[in-house]
Design a protein around this ligand. Structure first.
Ligand SMILES: [Fe+2]
Length: 200
């Protein structure tokens, strides 16, 4: 039997769940309450950090052009008008307005950063190495593969999130929704449209 396989040490490692459990147990033993913190994060992710927050922001921007201007000028400050907030380390929210000629899409080439209090935690594909690498270099092709086939005269702008600058796409308002009340407008705004991999 060949025992020189360099992958052997990794194959012997415990499953990720077991390792997480072990680290959590050690932290709990030392009084650091890791399990309680994980439970709280889980609750926030399910109940508080949801794309419905960003959808409300988009709906307000569509319905109120003065708000849209404030949002585009200083996103972090404008969202407080809706009772929304971002963590302190998200120092800037840059809102990217789609137009018939310009389509914005966001990514995090380093890892998985999003404006998660507004658009929710990132979906698995957003964290995928392939998306992070290819959306930058082959944006038109990747968007097409994801179901968004943009006309060749639409300029695509890709924005790479950093630890302190977070982005959110302001999708174009579908023409038929112009007179809708805000709550109904919010109901059609999806997470993917605020990442920029789909249009409404
Ligand atoms: Fe990241």
């Amino acid at each position: 039997m060949d025992t020189s396989d360099p992958r052997q040490p990794f194959q012997r490692a415990a499953a990720i769940e077991q390792r997480v459990h072990a680290v959590q147990a050690v932290l709990d033993d030392r009084g650091l309450n890791a399990s309680a913190a994980v439970e709280e994060l889980d609750r926030l992710a399910q109940e508080a950090w949801v794309p419905q927050n960003g959808a409300r922001v988009v709906a307000r921007a569509w319905a109120d052009s003065a708000f849209r201007q404030r949002l585009l000028a200083d996103g972090r400050s404008a969202i407080t008008e809706l009772g929304l907030a971002m963590p302190r380390h998200h120092r800037q929210l840059v809102v990217l307005e789609n137009t018939p000629a310009i389509h914005n899409v966001i990514c995090c080439t380093q890892c998985s950063c999003t404006a998660f209090t507004l658009i929710g935690l990132p979906p698995d594909w957003y964290k995928d190495f392939e998306y992070r690498a290819r959306i930058v270099r082959q944006s038109r092709t990747v968007l097409k593969e994801m179901g968004l086939d943009l006309a060749t005269d639409v300029e695509i702008r890709v924005w790479d999130t950093t630890a302190d600058t977070r982005y959110m796409v302001l999708p174009m308002q579908p023409r038929e929704t112009v007179d809708w009340p805000e709550e109904r407008l919010a109901s059609i705004v999806t997470r993917d449209s605020m990442i920029g991999v789909s249009r409404l």
